[in-house]
Ligand binder design. Structure first.
Ligand SMILES: [Zn+2]
Length: 293
């Protein structure tokens, strides 16, 4: 049974439990204006946007958990905001449930499993650039749901697959692979700003796009990039062409969704919206009339 907040109240909405690796939604909603909404999840502070909503004002968040790093269990989710000149902090907990992702065996060129020593410095530098790009945190929400599919091709490798390269176990798959012959135009699933581009050892031709609130899209193995750092892109805009650059077994698009630094499964999001994700979740009144005991 859904609890409706009383008139003149402020509520937080979040799931009590969710699957590890899967994208979930959270929101802060109020009849009165509020400022500086943020939340803290898995060690990162996520700045949110205030927008007109059904109840008056709303701040939306898309969150997740990287199946490689996060074990099932209870994790704190803290909301903070300023209202009527007062600062508020709301502490809640989300239980992350275990989810079993299948195993996948792949054969790749041996230098890609054990890169030559001469490439070590390059690989390290590229990892630093990627990590910095994924730390981008801007408050303006540019993402809208459902995201646009980046290519029409079918999914050939799902998020979370535990990959075994030439019999050597590696990290679970941090993104979704789409079938995309070399030269297939790749569309941005969300509007945003390009924060990093380059041709890298592992990921080949790469584009990183910030869509606000910690929502970062990554496109790998591209043959051609049609955007540069600092460019603003519209939802559905072509950002480049697919290819087989970097550590690959053939041409495809690797699309990854980083949510406040947590690589999460983008696939279910292509057929849902923030409204659907929040539907049926309990709204907890944190301020005003009808406050929960
Ligand atoms: Zn991939």
């Amino acid at each position: 049974m859904k609890t409706l907040p009383a008139l003149g109240s402020t509520s937080v909405i979040y799931p009590e439990s969710w699957d590890v690796g899967q994208v979930f939604a959270a929101a802060l909603s109020s009849h009165s204006p509020f400022e500086a909404p943020a939340l803290t999840w898995l060690g990162r502070k996520v700045f949110l946007d205030v927008e007109p909503g059904r109840e008056g004002y709303v701040a939306y968040a898309l969150l997740g958990s990287h199946v490689r790093d996060v074990k099932p269990g209870d994790y704190p989710l803290e909301f903070s905001f300023t209202q009527d000149g007062e600062q508020f902090l709301v502490k809640s907990t989300v239980r992350l449930r275990a989810k079993r992702y299948p195993e996948e065996h792949l054969k790749v060129e041996s230098q890609m499993v054990n890169p030559p020593k001469s490439e070590a410095a390059r690989i390290q530098q590229e990892a630093r650039l990627a990590a910095a790009a994924r730390k981008t945190m801007t408050a303006k929400r540019l993402w809208t749901t459902p995201p646009e599919r980046p290519v029409a091709g079918v999914v050939t490798s799902k998020y979370g697959f535990r990959r075994v390269y030439n019999s050597v176990p590696r990290s679970p798959h941090a993104g979704t692979d789409f079938r995309a012959p070399t030269g297939t135009p790749i569309k941005a699933p969300f509007a945003g700003k390009v924060v990093l581009t380059g041709f890298y050892y592992y990921s080949g031709g790469s584009v990183f796009i910030d869509s606000g609130n910690g929502v970062i899209s990554l496109f790998f193995h591209m043959s051609e990039l049609s955007v540069k750092e600092g460019d603003e892109v519209k939802k559905g805009q072509v950002v480049g062409k697919s290819g087989a650059t970097g550590r690959v077994t053939g041409a495809h698009l690797h699309y990854a969704l980083s949510l406040a630094g947590q690589y999460s499964d983008p696939e279910p999001l292509f057929s849902t919206s923030i409204t659907q994700l929040l539907r049926g979740m309990k709204a907890t009144v944190v301020r005003g009339e009808g406050q929960s005991p």
